[in-house]
Design a protein around this ligand. Sequence first.
Ligand SMILES: C[S@@+](CC[C@H](N)C(=O)[O-])C[C@H]1O[C@@H](n2cnc3c(N)ncnc32)[C@H](O)[C@@H]1O
Length: 233
Amino acid sequence: MATLYGLGVGPGDPDLITLKALKILQAAPVIAYPATTSGESMARNIAAAHIPEGRTELPFAIDIRTAHDANEERYDIAARDIAKHLTAGRDVAVLCEGDPFLYGSFMYLFARLAEDWPVVIVPGISSLNAAAAALARPLVAGNETLTLIPATLPEDQLAARLQSCEAAAILKVGRHLPKLKRALAAAGLLERADYIERIGFPEQRRFKVTDLAEDAAPYFSIVLVRRADEAIR
Ligand SMILES: C[S@@+](CC[C@H](N)C(=O)[O-])C[C@H]1O[C@@H](n2cnc3c(N)ncnc32)[C@H](O)[C@@H]1O
């Protein structure tokens, strides 16, 4: 029986792929990946150097600007296309930016296919791990807890989560940056927050959030904050 693989390919730097994901990627006859509605694929761009020639490629379009519900039909179609290859006995490797199960679109394919097919998930280095490394700042230490927050939340919820956090990683910043800045200020964390965009790409940029002049950020951006440094002194 053919196998469906969910391969974490890391957040940007092509070298940040695991040996396990690399071996599976290089052996898989069919390689699927999410793309934007205009055809851009972050996951494929990251893994491009590792994809052997002559493989069948199966991009599936997802509208990342809309809620998950709006993409239900797109995932149905992608799952059907993948199942055709699996039925024909061909393994399918789905490329996943970062880690497949951290806000990854692979989970929606997994939900549609895992009952009928063997699935192997290979974890990837996530954007928050890459952000901590690129910013050279620890995520959490000692007994601290880490709160993972999507900036897409309404402002009052963002502020409430930040107010109660010891350390936080805020993903999906993009057009939510002005709202996030206000929520960080309300939580007394604005001066402690670091911003980084396009980690692992030549265009990577980083700022203290207080030095960030722009009020819009690219979708691939992340903010890290810790309330105190004591735990690692
Ligand atoms: C849908 S989530 C996918 C997360 C991904 N599966 C992971 O493990 O990091 C997309 C968000 O991850 C963050 N992200 C992913 N890759 C990034 C990168 N190279 N640079 C900055 N942020 C990134 C951004 O906050 C972006 O909005």
